[in-house]
Design a protein around this ligand. Structure first.
Ligand code: PMP
Length: 439
C-alpha cells in the first residue's frame, strides 16, 4: 500500500468550514483529537470498503460508529430501502412494519415488553430518563464516568473530583441545575455505586449504564458487576436503564441481558433499554422499551410525553428489519469474531515485535487499541494512554488505506463484509505503522 494523497478532501474541507460548523456534522468526525487537519471526505462505500473523493480506497473499521454491521450497501438492506422509498418514505400513521421490528426486538431482548421507536440513540436515552422519572417520581440519575449516552442535557455531565460525585456540566449550555441531578461514579466500581446509593438513594430515579462499554474503548463489566448493579439499584427503589445503543446486536443476536458471558444475568435484566445504531441498518433510528407497567407511563397511555414526526418511518424500519435478518444468518457473529481474533492477534504481535506498548480489549467482533502497558477496565485507565501514539498510528494507518475512528476512545468494528484478505492487509499496515513509530 502506498501513501495516499488527498488534495480533494483538503479542498472540500476548506469549503465545508465556510458553511458547516467545524466542517463536520458531528464533532467525532473531525480530526481534532488526532492532530487536526482535513478529515477524509468519502464518496462511496461498498462492503468493507470506502472510496474517498480522491479515489483512494480504504478498509473500513469505523462502520459508521457501529450501525453498518453488515458492511456498506448490503443488497438485502438496499433492496428494503428501495422498496420502502417506492411506497412512500413517511406517512405519519402507524404501519405493519413497525410491529414486525418491535416483535423482532422483543424476541431478542426479553425485558422489553413494550417498545417505542424514535430517531436516534440520544432521543432513546433521553426518553428512558423521562420515563424513569415519571415512574419513580424521583429526579436524580446515576451514570458511569466515560459512558456516553448521547448529547441531551442530562447525560452530558462529567464527574467532579472524587470517586462518587454530583456532576458538573460537560458542555456549555447545560445548566448547573440539571447537571446537579446527575451523579457520576466509576465504571466497574461497585463500592462507589453503593456509596452513591447510600447517600442519594431515595432521590435516584435510575442508574444508567452501558452494560458493555463502547465509548472508552470496548470494556467488559467485571464478573458480577451488572448483576450487583441491578440488585443495588432495585433495593434503592430506582430503575436500571441499559444504554445498548452500541452493544445490542453487536456481539450476538440480542442484548447484553442475554449475552452468554453473563449467565446469571438474563433473569435480572434492566427495567428500560435504549437502542439505536444497528437496529436501523444504517438509517436514522432509536428505540426504547421495557417492562409493561413502566412503559405505560408514556403518552398516549400515561403522563410522560414523547413524540416524533419521523419516528417509525418506513425507510428506517425496513432497513432495520433487513439488517436484523442478515444478522440472523447462521455463523454471522462467529465469522466477525474469527476475523477479529486474527486481526487483534496480528496487531498485538506486530506491536510486541516493534516494542510498542499496546493493550487490546476485544469483545467478539469489536475491539479497541489502547497505547499503554496496563489493562483498561474503566475510564481513568482509558484516559491514561498515549494520545500522541494513537494519533500517529491513526494517520499511518489512514495513509495506508485503513480507516479507523479518529479518537483513541472509539472501537474498531468488524462487519459481515470483511474478509481474510482485509485482515492480512490491515496487519501488514499495522506492522509498517509500528515500525515507523519506532523508527
Ligand atoms: N448511547 C451510546 C452508548 C452511544 O454510543 C451513542 C452514540 N455513539 C448514543 C447513545 C447516541 O446515539 P446517537 O448518536 O444516535 O444520538
Amino acid at each position: 500500500m502506498s501513501t495516499q494523497q488527498r488534495p480533494h478532501s483538503a479542498r472540500l474541507y476548506e469549503e465545508a468550514l465556510k458553511h458547516i460548523v467545524g466542517g463536520v456534522n458531528s464533532p467525532s468526525r473531525s480530526f481534532k483529537a488526532v492532530g487536526g487537519g482535513a478529515p477524509v471526505f468519502m464518496q462511496r462505500a461498498s462492503g468493507a470498503h470506502f472510496w474517498d473523493v480522491d479515489n483512494n480506497r480504504y478498509i473500513d473499521y469505523l462502520a459508521a460508529y457501529g450501525p453498518v454491521i453488515t458492511g456498506h450497501a448490503h443488497p438485502h438492506i438496499t433492496e428494503a430501502i428501495i422498496r420502502a422509498a417506492q411506497n412512500g418514505t413517511l406517512y405519519g400513521t402507524p404501519t405493519e412494519l413497525e410491529i414486525k421490528l418491535a416483535l423482532m426486538l422483543k424476541e431478542a431482548i426479553p425485558s422489553m415488553d413494550k417498545v417505542r421507536f424514535v430517531n436516534s440513540g440520544t432521543e432513546a436515552v433521553m426518553t428512558t430518563i423521562r420515563v424513569a422519572r415519571a415512574y419513580t417520581g424521583r429526579s436524580k440519575i446515576i451514570k458511569f464516568a466515560g459512558c456516553y449516552h448521547g448529547h441531551s442535557d442530562l447525560v452530558l455531565v462529567a464527574a467532579g473530583s472524587g470517586p462518587s460525585t454530583l456532576g458538573i456540566p460537560d458542555s456549555a449550555g447545560v445548566p448547573v441545575s440539571i447537571a446537579s441531578e446527575v451523579i457520576t461514579v466509576p465504571y466497574n466500581d461497585l463500592d462507589s455505586l453503593r456509596t452513591a446509593l447510600e447517600r442519594w438513594g431515595d432521590e435516584v430515579a435510575a442508574v444508567m449504564v452501558e452494560p458493555i462499554v463502547g465509548n472508552f474503548g470496548m470494556v467488559m463489566p467485571k464478573p458480577g458487576f451488572l448483576e450487583e448493579l441491578c440488585r443495588l439499584t432495585r433495593a434503592a427503589g430506582a430503575l436500571v436503564i441499559y444504554d445498548e445503543v452500541i452493544s445490542a446486536f453487536r456481539f450476538h443476536y440480542g442484548s447484553s441481558q442475554t449475552y452468554a458471558a453473563f449467565p446469571d444475568h438474563a433473569a435480572i435484566g434492566p427495567d428500560l433499554t435504549a437502542l439505536g445504531k444497528i437496529i436501523g441498518g444504517g438509517l436514522p433510528i432509536g428505540a426504547y422499551g421495557g417492562r409493561k407497567n413502566i412503559m405505560e407511563q408514556v403518552a398516549p397511555l400515561g403522563p410522560a410525553y414523547q413524540a416524533g414526526t419521523m419516528a417509525g418511518n418506513p425507510a428506517s424500519i425496513s432497513a432495520g428489519i433487513a439488517c436484523l435478518e442478515v444478522l440472523k444468518t447462521p455463523g454471522a457473529y462467529e465469522q466477525m469474531e474469527r476475523l477479529a481474533v486474527r486481526l487483534t492477534q496480528g496487531i498485538q504481535a506486530a506491536a510486541d515485535e516493534h516494542g510498542v506498548a499496546l493493550t487490546i480489549n476485544r469483545i467478539r467482533g469489536a475491539f479497541s487499541t489502547h497505547f499503554c502497558d496496563h489493562p483498561v477496565t474503566n475510564y481513568e485507565e482509558a484516559q491514561d494512554t498515549d494520545s500522541e501514539q494513537f494519533a500517529e498510528f491513526f494517520r499511518l494507518m489512514l495513509d495506508q488505506g485503513v480507516c479507523l475512528a479518529p479518537s483513541k476512545y472509539e472501537a474498531w468494528f468488524l462487519t459481515t463484509a470483511h474478509t481474510d484478505e482485509d485482515i492480512d492487509n490491515t496487519v501488514t499496515a499495522a506492522a509498517k505503522a509500528f515500525s515507523a513509530m519506532r523508527g
